[in-house]
Structure formats: C-alpha cells, structure tokens
Design a protein around this ligand. Structure first.
Ligand code: BDR
Ligand code: CA
Length: 311
C-alpha cells in the first residue's frame, strides 16, 4: 500500500533532492507540495517547487504557496548557503506547471479533513509555519494526522544558524512549539543525523554518473551548497538534510533514535529556537518525539542514487 504524504518545503537544494526522492518512490503518494518561506522568500520557494517537479517529469502533483512569514517574527533566510535563488548550482527553465490558487494552509486542512484519520503523513522540510497555521486554523485535523516526519533541530550538533539553534526551528520557533506540543506522532531528523550523511566526492560522482538531467542537477546542487559547509566544518562534504525525511518513510531501518521529550525555546533571544532534547532522559517530561540519532549513511546514499536513477 502506498503511503499518502504532503511535503511542506522551502526549496533549497536539499529540499529539492528530498522532493525528487519522494516523486521517484512508488511507496509514496505525494498528495501535494506546500511551499513556505524559509531558505528564500515564498515567491522563490513556490517557484522552485514547480521547477523541481518539472525536472522530475512528474507534473501532476499540485503545488501550493503558503505562509510568507513566520507566525510571530520577521523572516530570516539563508541565501548565504543556498544562493540567491535557493536553487543555485544549475540553471533550470522557468516552470510551466501552474501554482494552485488555494492557499497551502487551506489545502493541508482540506486534505486532512477529506481523508480518514491516520492516512496522511506530513513531511515538513522547512520552518513549521504552514503546519502550525493549519493546526491553529483547524484544531480538528491534528488528531487525523498519521505522523509528522520533519527535518529540524539538533542536540549534539546544537546549532547551525546560531550557536544554539538549527535553521528550520530558529526561523519560526512559535510554530515549532505548536507542532512539538501537538501530541502528533512525531519523528525528528535533527542535525545530529544529517551530519552523518555527508555528500562526499564518490557519492556526488555517483549522482553525476547517472548521466541523466536529474543526476546532473543533484550533483550540481550538492556541489554548490557543499562549498559553504565544507569551509565551515572542514568536513569531506556537506550534510544532506532534508532527504533523510523521505528516506525514513521508505526504509526506517536505515535510522535509529530515541523516544524522548523535546521542548522548543521561544523566550530567550540568545537561544531562540533551541531544541531542548532530553536525550539522556534526565527529566520526567513525557516523550513527544522519536529523535533520530544515527543513520546507515551508505545505505541512505545507495537508496537515493537508485531512486533518482528512475527519474
Ligand atoms: C535545514 O535548513 C535549510 O537550510 C535546509 O534546507 C534544511 O531544511 C537545515 O538546517
Ligand atoms: Ca529545507
């Protein structure tokens, strides 16, 4: 049976790879792609989502534009990582796929209301604004969500956009707090795991060796955003964050983690957006997330390369 998902995203090269992986995978049915402001502003993220669908050759997945700013804060973007367009690294044609008229938040609400409970999974790859806005607007949908598998946060890696916080959670901590307190079955891919899935040269070469437009694009994108992380961390490649979410849905055995309590810092300016993860279970706060800590990186890249070869 295929699993129905909605991808909520702010593409972003790594978001792009995640979307391609989902579109290439028969286990998943992508009901829609909802764009949110994050890596770059909303006009670019919604356009990038359509560019990616067009590149994949899957042109019947509807794309929606959602919130253009966090719930309570000014938008922070990450052009320093992803480039001016968010998809720098290769020139791709303007998309012909239309943007849907419906607001992404309304699409999420409507889709969850139309489907039986526990049959739609949400896959947020950016700030959690659209998801939290949907939960605020229609609290009845919360208990209908099958699972949320998201990329965000960190414990051992602590932060990437500030010393204390990961980008997706930092940008909209109030939205993250709503999601982490929602009691939805939650799986979290923090930096701790994505930093174990590095785009080393042989892995990027394998994408390029596919010899397809998709393979070329993925190799060019990963090579582009790598420059920032390699300079920053001195590592042999960059973490490939967002595709871990989709890979988890396809093959959860590639991952391991702990059911723990995770709280979001929303008060302090210094530690805004910190994911206070009780990895060592030193409090009696109840677990609210499966916090992933480890990945079989070679298996992950093998899955990715194999699936991308199908596009
Ligand atoms: C996350 O932030 C974005 O820059 C990436 O697309 C990923 O979702 C990593 O912190
Ligand atoms: Ca992202």
């Amino acid at each position: 049976m295929t699993r129905k998902i909605i991808i909520d995203t702010d593409p972003g090269q790594d978001d792009a790879v995640a979307i391609l992986l989902a579109l290439a995978s028969p286990e998943l049915e992508v009901l829609g792609i909802t764009a949110v402001a994050g890596n770059v502003p909303l006009p670019l993220t919604q356009k990038n989502a359509r560019i990616i669908c067009e590149l994949s050759g899957v042109i019947d997945v509807p794309v929606f534009a959602g919130c253009d700013a966090p719930l309570a804060r000014k938008l922070v973007t990450a052009e320093h990582v992803h480039g001016k367009t968010g998809l720098d690294g290769i020139d791709l044609p303007e998309p012909e796929i239309p943007l849907q008229d419906q607001h992404a938040v309304d699409f999420i609400v409507e889709t969850l209301r139309q489907h039986p409970a526990n049959t739609v999974t949400l896959c947020p790859l950016g700030p959690l604004t659209n998801i939290a806005a949907a939960f605020n607007k229609a609290p009845d949908i919360v208990e209908k969500v099958q699972q949320i598998v998201l990329m965000g946060g960190a414990y051992f890696q602590v932060g990437n956009i500030t010393p204390a916080a990961e980008f997706n959670i930092y940008v909209d901590p109030e939205a993250a707090e709503i999601v982490f307190k929602s009691k939805v079955d939650l799986v979290v891919m923090p930096l701790d795991v994505t930093h174990k899935a590095l785009t080393t040269q042989p892995r990027v070469d394998a994408f390029r060796a596919l010899g397809t437009r998709v393979g070329m694009a993925v190799a060019s994108w990963t090579a582009f955003f790598e420059r920032f992380d390699v300079a920053k961390y001195g590592s042999a490649g960059a973490p490939l964050h967002d595709p871990t979410v989709i890979a988890y849905l396809i093959d959860p055995k590639l991952f391991s983690g702990r059911h723990i309590n995770v709280e979001i810092e929303v008060q302090s300016d210094l530690t805004r957006g910190m994911t206070v993860a009780d990895w060592w279970r030193v409090t009696d706060r109840p677990a609210n997330a499966l916090f992933i800590g480890d990945i079989h990186a070679d298996g992950f890249f093998a899955l990715l390369t194999d699936r991308l070869s199908r596009l």
